[in-house]
Design a protein around this ligand. Structure first.
Ligand code: ACO
Ligand code: OAA
Length: 377
């Protein structure tokens, strides 16, 4: 009997030097550096260069990248025109997917898969994508485009283009931390999708577009949005004490688990004793709860986490603290996973380049269990 590895669980399919997820030591390294150290000390721009190049940038390399990144942030009019054709009630992940496709079709190096062209395309996509998220958030609120500012860094500018005002330094920092933590996570479903597409020798934008499709689902990136739906279903009452909110959240979780529901934001295919990124993201959420003075959010967070731990000992994943963090910053719930795209463009494109450099067509086998051979007539 052939052993079937459903969901490829536990299967090691290739090498990667981009990141190392170690569930035993509960650690995550990007190119050898613990993600917690990067989140504490490095800009998202530096982390992107680390993921692509394998080393942190020199000051000169960082300055050159920063300069080009800041000049490539404008919302491309062709992308804006394509977004404007999409209904306001389509999911923002559809907008992100379409935008990457339009950017690819218009990229002069679209069909050039040399290492230099791949890196240049990755950098352009990195620079261009925040304007897509910001514009989509604004158009859903009936607001116009806010032009990027070259005097702001990536995180500051992302928030500026979205909300049309400069964010407080604490908010910018929490956003930067989320981008660093979301950047890369080895052979997760969307990255693997990008590698499968690349393995056919297809182009970088096709691989990223496909990866966005994989990220959208609630078992993967879509969980950050789903967490907020849970909070909303429980009900966010801004005048409620932390304790009362926690009690209501606990009761909600007990009921959901009694009904055998899967609660998004908990559990992980690789980490079985907690996600290495959660403590850092939870600390950022705590700072936002304090900044916006919203203790009831902490009550909801703690109540759900405790009840899940008591009932099933399943721990939160990164999407759990990220969702409420983006909510407090003022993003609409459906925009959370597109923010994840902006971060994961770095990891995806690093993997696309790695796959291309040592390619083998990804094509597993299946065990046939359909009807036996039969014949017409
Ligand atoms: C950035 C990211 O993409 S992180 C992941 C984001 N995804 C989510 O938050 C979605 C919710 N979580 C899940 O669906 C799962 O934990 C996954 C898909 C992430 C990992 O799943 P797997 O490793 O395949 O574990 P699997 O789904 O088989 O779960 C094992 C057991 O734990 C239970 N379980 C796992 N996660 C949850 C959950 N979130 N809520 C309730 N029960 C859960 C399952 O029901 C199953 O129970 P059973 O053995 O009694 O049937
Ligand atoms: O690794 C996974 O399966 C999912 C995940 O946490 C990520 O992509 O960040």
């Amino acid at each position: 009997m052939t052993e079937i590895k459903k969901g490829l669980a536990g299967v090691v399919v290739d090498y990667t030097a981009v990141s190392k997820v170690n569930p035993e030591s509960n650690s995550l390294l990007y190119r050898g550096y613990p993600v917690q150290e990067l989140a504490a000390h490095k800009s998202f721009e530096e982390v992107a260069l680390l993921l692509w190049n394998g080393e942190l940038p020199t000051p000169q390399e960082l300055a050159a990248f920063t300069e080009s990144e800041r000049t490539e942030r404008d919302l491309d009019p062709r992308v804006k025109a394509a977004i404007d054709l999409l209904p306001l009630n389509c999911h923002p992940m559809d907008v992100g997917r379409t935008a990457v496709s339009v950017l690819g079709a218009n990229d002069e190096q679209a069909e050039d898969s040399s290492p230099a062209a791949e890196l240049a395309k990755a950098k352009r996509l990195f620079a261009a994508f925040p304007a897509v998220v910001a514009y989509d958030q604004r158009r859903r609120r009936g607001l116009d485009v806010v032009d990027p500012r070259e005097d702001l860094d990536y995180a500051e500018n992302f928030l500026w283009m979205t909300f049309g005002e400069e964010a407080a330094p604490e908010v910018v920092d929490a956003f930067r931390v989320s981008m660093v933590l979301y950047a890369e996570h080895s052979f997760n479903a969307s990255t693997f999708t990008a590698r499968v597409v690349t393995s056919t020798l297809s182009d970088l934008h096709s691989a990223v577009t496909a990866a966005i499709g994989a990220l959208k689902g609630p078992l993967h990136g879509g969980a950050n949005e789903a967490v907020m739906h849970t909070f909303n279903e429980i009900g966010i009452r801004t005048d409620e004490s932390r304790e009362d909110a926690a009690a209501r959240a606990k009761a909600w979780m007990e009921d959901a688990l009694a009904q055998k529901k899967k609660v998004m934001g908990f559990g992980h295919r690789v980490y079985k004793h907690g996600d290495s990124r959660v403590p850092t993201m939870k600390a950022a959420l705590d700072r936002m709860i304090e900044h916006y003075d919203r203790p009831e959010m902490l009550g909801l967070y703690d109540g759900l986490e405790q009840a899940m731990d008591e009932a099933k000992a399943i721990k939160p994943n990164l999407d759990y603290p990220a969702g409420p963090t983006y909510h407090l910053m003022g993003f609409d719930t459906e925009m959370f996973t597109p923010i994840f795209i902006a971060a994961r463009i770095t990891g995806w494109t690093a993997h696309i380049m790695e796959q291309r450099a040592a390619n083998a067509l990804i094509r597993p086998l299946s065990e046939y269990n359909g009807v036996e051979e039969r014949h017409l007539g």
